[in-house]
Design a protein around this ligand. Structure first.
Ligand code: GRF
Length: 173
């Protein structure tokens, strides 16, 4: 059966959204304190708390994983990992890449007084938030927007579009 692995390190709202749409799937988490683990528990999703890439590769193989969806995974995957995984790796990022790669992208864009905000879903290569872009969505900041409201709008876009891109990949791989 086709299976997805979501990699997450923190809150896990994207994981939860994906898990409600695509089963079976597994969670890989590299942070034992992450709230995403609680989400995996109440959603009955098998989860693995693991930092070691070789061990993660073994878990992926054992679970027949063909698609990895990074969703707030706060670690750059090594070249060896990317070359060894026999499948597709996607990432979601809360900015209009190539602007604001890396952590705190929304705050950085907000503090730079950007007028447009958005999300990018892309295939993963060796770089930090680089790789072929598959989908971008953006919106214009309104006068009443705050960092909080922009963050909420970005998460709504993420939850709406990540599953659509994943669905498209499952049809072609
Ligand atoms: C999302 O904004 C995602 O774009 C970024 O990390 C955040 C994860 O949020 N890569 P959550 O843990 O899914 O709530």
């Amino acid at each position: 059966m086709r299976k997805i692995a979501v990699f997450a390190s923190g809150n896990g709202s994207n994981f939860e959204n994906i898990a409600k749409i695509f089963q079976p799937l597994i969670l890989i988490c590299n942070n034992k304190h992450a709230y995403v683990i609680e989400r995996a528990k109440y959603l009955n999703v098998p989860y693995f708390i693991q930092k070691d890439e070789n061990k993660i590769l073994t878990i992926l193989k054992e679970n027949n994983i063909i698609l990895i969806a990074l969703a707030g995974y706060m670690k750059l995957l090594s070249k060896n990992f990317i070359n060894s995984f026999n499948g597709t790796i996607l990432n979601i990022h809360p900015s209009i890449l190539p602007k604001y790669p890396g952590a705190h992208a929304i705050e950085k864009a907000y503090n730079a007084d950007e007028k447009e905000f958005g999300i990018t879903i892309h295939e993963v290569d060796y770089g930090m938030d680089t790789g072929p872009i598959k989908l971008q969505k953006f919106f214009f900041k309104e006068e009443t927007d705050t960092l909080i409201s922009i963050t909420e709008k970005i998460h709504k876009l993420e939850h709406l579009y990540y599953s659509i891109v994943i669905q498209n990949y499952l049809q072609i791989i």
